[in-house]
Design a protein. Sequence first.
Length: 170
Amino acid sequence: MSAPEWLIRFSATYLLVLLVIAIIAVLAFAILGYAPKFRQFRKKNLELAILSLSSALISRFVIAEIIRHIIDRPRPFEVINGVTNLINHDIGQSFPSGHASFIFALAAAVLFYYPKISILFFIAAILTGLGRIIAGVHYPSDILAGAVIGIITAFGLQKIYKKLRKEKAA
């Protein structure tokens, strides 16, 4: 496997795994918040873990799946001559990208708690999307739609969460 092909496969699949591990680490820090030294980060990190995982799961496994069953778009490697499937993907249901909806939801959720770190998440999300386009499993519009779904889901859940927190405080 050549270096560019390895980079495409890494970006298209494994980068997402690294970001999920990062969110799990945030959850671990929230749990560690019960230790006196880390108490100041407990609430913030727990909120981040809950918001990011719920946003990612809802955008990917609810919203994107509903749209996929309505719009069963073939993948580029299925219909465009010369496009090779570099990551052994199933056929059909290209629109919207589930990976993009998941990873952009994570990035948007991180933005609310750690804006500077969220830049790294957004860069990883963009690289994942580009990797999936170059790998032949998505069109640019699939990635864009997934990104919009993920970001809107995170913003919507954040708004709901803030409203519930205000009601609880009142």
